[in-house]
Ligand binder design. Structure first.
Ligand SMILES: Nc1ncnc2c1ncn2[C@@H]1O[C@H](COP(=O)(O)OP(=O)(O)O)[C@@H](O)[C@H]1O
Ligand SMILES: O=C(COP(=O)(O)O)[C@H](O)[C@H](O)COP(=O)(O)O
Length: 692
């Protein structure tokens, strides 16, 4: 049973739409129901279960009667067969007719509920845009088409796919196609969606396995029935896709719809990474173009309607007006040219198209069709502009997100890179480390002559080339410097990804590589804290004697001042981790002691930080000071206090909800200062991506 919130059921708008539907069911019976669908379905009762299509043709039924698959049959038959049985008991009740109409009403309510699930919090808008649209009463209750069935299955398959319940989602897509073959139009869009999102790729085999098993089980028997092949696969409806052709002369024709459809698929393929919202927009564009470029049956509009509702919810009054105009043209055109309904208990038969009942002005039909095509094309352009090009996610994900992280040895570059990889997901990030571009390893004599902090001790031109290649989505081959052995390993393939993190001593050194980054970060950790943490790391994790590490820190300090620290001027964000209590020269801090820290965040002029500060105070309960550095005009935000990972996750969802689909399914949020860094990096990245 379709469960719709009580608030909707009590909504006057809903009750108005329901009254209209019930009135139509009571007073009108669509010609298509009476002449095609009900007789076909009643054959099942006459022993047509084995091969309903053959049984129908055997009694002289028309091949046009039921060009649908077994799922449509299974969903619609119970109401009709029950009604037929009741009619046998009480002739003249019209229960079979009511059985079909009430089944359609139940599916219509399920469609409303599905749309409400797709647009949570937009209850009245969804009721207004779907339930009160004249399209649905016209298509389902006057003209009498059944497309609400496959579209409902397709839409729920989308929702289940977004929830990553892959087997059920694949099965629902198969059910949609087995209800009406034209839903196969959507299959390539789903395939591109599953390929484009690296997070979904491991889950895709289950999806397609379920799809193929269900579609085979349901469609194979139909292929064995010549009658089904004639009525379903050979339906004249399919020929409409080829009706618009461009003649190349010499009897050659190019079909416009297949060309347009392939162009839309190509454009979809070019969208680097498709969010759920983008997928619904692209599917809507595909369906609307088919409506515009073919003499589409009224039922075909149901394919696009849910996506048009979502478009209107996002676009507001202009989109609503445009869809209303397109809908009005569509209904007007089909009232004139398509079958309608007979009024019950009267002889008033509007089953035939208006054009055959009354004399219309000569140009009425072509004029309305022209307006229909014009409004449809304008709507398609708007769907592309507003549904795709202006889609935040589309703009964020068209090219890889590039983040550069520079800082002295031990300042936290790898740590920050790792916590950001934990957010985006290993599959979606290409990490390039400056250490892998040292010109010599620890065992070479030059190691004793020139420190690695000197740019000339590193192959920075190769580093820059590799970052640029990754920025263009190309894979690179990069060696790896193993700090445990002090040697370079063999080159390994680093594939292009949605996010590129380039961290290293000189990651912001060359101006031209800085132009590649969307976000530039410099780590300027308190010097005593850095020494403490570097000594702790190099002795415990890199097996180096304390004396050697201390000597190295001292000997490299001049190069650090000369080559590393100046990079801070190029950064968008400078993170400076500070101990709450200064570490004095002789104040040795035991490695296992957790140092209370605070984080200073210097943001270059123009970086938006107000909302971040608001959230850190209001939601995370942090103590935050904001200062503007008069010299650099940079904003310095000092953050103190404890924050847990869940609060950081909530803060990011509040500040940049559109990032959700760019992050991993289970992003690894951090608490403490690393979580605050995650927050500033994510919001800074979205800011930068919106500007590009
Ligand atoms: N934000 C931070 N909070 C606490 N400890 C940190 C932080 N960043 C780095 N560290 C610690 O400091 C040491 C050096 O960090 P690392 O990321 O290896 O620096 P780099 O990559 O710049 O050489 C590591 O032991 C690391 O755990
Ligand atoms: O210090 C760094 C940078 O690494 P990081 O920024 O991770 O500290 C150089 O890679 C070292 O010179 C490598 O030499 P070693 O392996 O002997 O430290």
């Amino acid at each position: 049973m379709v469960v719709i919130q009580r608030a909707v059921l009590r909504d006057p708008l809903f009750l108005t739409g329901l009254s209209l539907r019930v009135a139509l069911i009571l007073v009108a019976t669509p010609l298509s129901h009476e002449v095609w669908f009900i007789p076909f379905l009643q054959n099942l009762g006459a022993g047509g279960f084995i091969d309903p299509w053959a049984a129908h043709l055997a009694v002289g039924g028309t091949p046009m009667a039921f060009p649908y698959g077994p799922v449509m049959l299974a969903i619609l038959a119970p109401g009709v067969l029950l009604g037929t049985a009741i009619d046998h008991l009480a002739p003249g009740l019209g229960a079979a007719r009511l059985g079909l109409a009430l089944t359609v009403l139940a599916l219509d309510l399920a469609m409303l509920r599905t749309i409400l699930r797709l647009a949570p919090g937009r209850r009245r808008a969804c009721v207004g845009l779907y339930w009160l649209s004249p399209l649905v009463p016209y298509i389902c209750y006057w003209h009498g088409q059944l497309d609400v069935v496959p579209v409902l299955l397709l839409l729920n398959g989308l929702i289940i796919l977004a929830a990553r319940r892959m087997v059920l989602a694949g099965a629902l897509l198969a059910l949609a196609v087995s209800a009406k073959l034209s839903m196969a139009i959507g299959v390539p869009f789903f395939a591109i969606y599953l390929i484009s999102d690296k997070r979904l790729r491991p889950l895709a085999p289950r999806y397609w396995a379920a799809f193929l098993v269900i579609i085979t089980l349901l469609q194979a028997p139909q292929l064995l029935s010549p009658a089904a092949v004639e009525m379903v696969f050979g339906t004249p409806e399919a020929a409409k896709l080829y009706s618009l052709a461009v003649s190349f002369g010499q009897g050659l024709e190019v079909y416009v719809v297949p060309v347009a459809y392939l162009l839309i698929l190509y454009a979809t393929w070019r969208v680097k990474r498709i969010s759920f919202e983008l997928l619904t927009a692209l599917l809507g564009i595909g369906f609307v173009l088919i409506l515009v470029l073919t003499p589409a049956s009224p039922g075909w509009f149901m394919w696009a309607l849910p996506f048009l509702v979502l478009y209107q919810l996002r676009s507001g009054p202009s989109g609503i007006a445009l869809v209303a105009a397109f809908s009005a043209m569509f209904v007007g055109f089909h009232l004139m040219t398509s079958t309608g309904a007979r009024l019950i208990l009267t002889d008033f038969d509007l089953g035939q198209p208006l054009a055959s009942l009354v004399v219309l002005p000569q140009r009425a039909i072509p004029l309305v069709l022209s307006l229909l095509v014009a409004t449809g094309l304008i709507l398609s352009i708007q769907l592309v502009r507003e549904g795709v090009l202006r889609n935040d996610y589309f703009r964020l994900s068209r090219r890889p997100l590039l983040i550069g992280i520079a800082g002295d040895s031990g300042s936290g570059k790898d740590t920050l890179a790792e916590v950001m990889i934990g957010l985006f997901g290993q599959r979606s990030v290409a990490h390039v480390s400056g250490d892998d571009y040292h010109l010599w390893d620890r065992h070479k004599p030059l190691w004793q002559v020139m420190t690695h902090l000197n740019p000339r001790a590193n192959n920075l031109s190769q580093f820059n080339r590799d970052v640029r290649d990754l920025a263009n989505g190309r894979a690179i081959r990069s060696r790896h410097y193993d700090h445990a052995t002090g040697r370079m390993t063999k080159p390994r393939l680093v594939p292009g990804s949605d996010v590129v993190i380039a961290s290293g001593l000189h990651a912001l050194y060359s101006p031209e590589i800085c132009e590649c980054y969307n976000l530039k970060i410099f780590l300027d950790m308190d010097e005593m804290l850095r020494r403490h943490l570097k000594i702790q790391r190099d002795t415990t994790r890199r097996g180096q004697p304390v004396e050697k590490v201390v000597r190295s820190i001292e000997s490299r300090y001049p190069d650090c001042r000369r080559y590393i620290h100046p990079q801070a001027e190029r950064a968008d964000i400078v993170f400076s981790l500070q101990p709450l209590h200064p570490i004095t020269d002789d104040g040795f801090v035991p490695f296992n002691e957790k140092l209370p820290l605070k984080l200073k965040v210097a943001l270059r002029p123009g970086m938006h930080y107000e909302n971040v500060v608001r959230i850190l105070i209001a939601l995370c309960g942090m103590h935050v000071d904001v200062l503007v550095n008069e010299a650099t005009n940079a904003t310095e935000v000092t953050v103190e206090g404890e924050v847990d990972a869940e609060d950081i996750a909530m803060a990011v969802r509040e500040l940049v909800p559109q990032m959700d689909e760019l992050l991993d399914f289970a992003p690894r949020w951090q608490g403490g200062n690393l979580g605050i860094m995650q927050l500033f990096v994510i919001t800074g990245a979205v800011d930068a991506l919106r500007r590009r």
